[in-house]
Design a protein around this ligand. Sequence first.
Ligand SMILES: C[S@@+](CC[C@H](N)C(=O)[O-])C[C@H]1O[C@@H](n2cnc3c(N)ncnc32)[C@H](O)[C@@H]1O
Length: 339
Amino acid sequence: MTVKTKNQNLQKAKSSKKDEFYTQLSDIERELKHYKKHFKDKVVYCNCDDPRVSNFFHYFSYNFEKLGLKKLITTCYQNADMNLFSENNSEEAIYLEYDGDKNGNHEPDPEEIGIKQLKGDGDFRSEESIELLKQADIIVTNPPFSLFREYVAQLIDHDKKFIIIGHQNALTYKGIFSLIKENKIWLGHGFKGGAAHFITHYEDHATASDRIEGMVRVSGVTWFTNLDITKRHENLILYKTYSPEEYPTYVNFDAIEVSKTKDIPMDYEGVMGVPITFLDKYNPDQFEIIGSSRELGKPMSNFAEKGTYQQGGPSFYLDNGDGTYRRLYHRLVIRKKKD
Ligand SMILES: C[S@@+](CC[C@H](N)C(=O)[O-])C[C@H]1O[C@@H](n2cnc3c(N)ncnc32)[C@H](O)[C@@H]1O
C-alpha cells in the first residue's frame, strides 16, 4: 500500500468513525410528532440505518399503523453483523422492507420483516440504494455529517421529501444555503437547547453539565426538512423600534446590524443582518432572505487602512468609533415582507 493510499484510508476511517453515533428514540419522537399528517400512505426510507439497531426503524415500525404508512425500507452501510459499534469493516450490507403488522399484535415481528442482502456495501449513493430511494416518498434519518452536502444534493436531485439531522454549520455551505434562500429546505423544530445527545462509544470530552454516560453531546445539531410544518407559518412577534444608535449600519454593506433575532425592529423596512439562529424563527410570509455576509460583505480594503480591522473571509464589519473595525460572525441578510 502506498503512503498516499494508507493516508487516504486513515482519513476515511477517521471521518466514518466520527459518523458512528446514533439517534435516541425520544429525540425522534419529539421531532416527528410535528409531521404526522405527512406519512399517510407513504413509503418511508431510512437509508443510513442498520434496521437492527436504528431508532428510526424502531419508530416507524412500531408506529406503522398509527401513521398509516404504506411501506418502510431501511438500508444499512457495510454492516452485516449485529454490533452497534462495528467499525464498518464488512463489505456486506442488508436492507429490510416492512409493510405492516400481519398477526394483529401491532408489533413488527421478525417473521414479518423481510431482511434481504444487498449486493454492494449499502452506500446511499450506490445504484441499488438509489433504486430504493426512487420507490420512497419520504426519507428520514441522521445521515453521516461528513457527507451531508452530497446527501442533501441527492435528495434534491431525486425530488424527495425528507426529515434529516444535520449540523447548523451546514447552513453556511453554499449549496445548502441557496436551498434555504430559495425556500426549498428549512429547519424543523430542533433539539432541546440546540444540542443533542447521541448514543456512542466515544469518550465525550464535553465539560457541559448535562453530560450523559454512553452518549456524546453535540451542540449545534438540528433537523432539516422540506415538509411543511405549522411552525413555519408562525409570525415572529416584534416589539422593538428602530433607532440608528441601537442598530448601526455595517461599514462594508448597506444594512443594519441586528445582533439578536428577537430584537428585529418592527418598523424597519430596509435590509438587516441577523444571526444564523434567525432560521429557527423564519416564516417566509413574514421575511425574505436576501443573502449572507459571506456573499455580500465587500472587501474591507475598500473602506479602511490595513491593520485597523481583523482579516478573514468575507464578513460584515462595524465601526468601533476609535479608528478600528470589528469583524462580525456570519450574518444572514433579510428584509421584512410588506404586510
Ligand atoms: C450519524 S450516524 C446515524 C446512524 C442512524 N441513522 C441513527 O440515527 O441512529 C450515520 C450513519 O451513516 C452510516 N454511513 C456512513 N457513510 C455512509 C454511506 N456512504 N452510505 C450510507 N450510510 C453511511 C454510518 O455507518 C452511520 O451509522
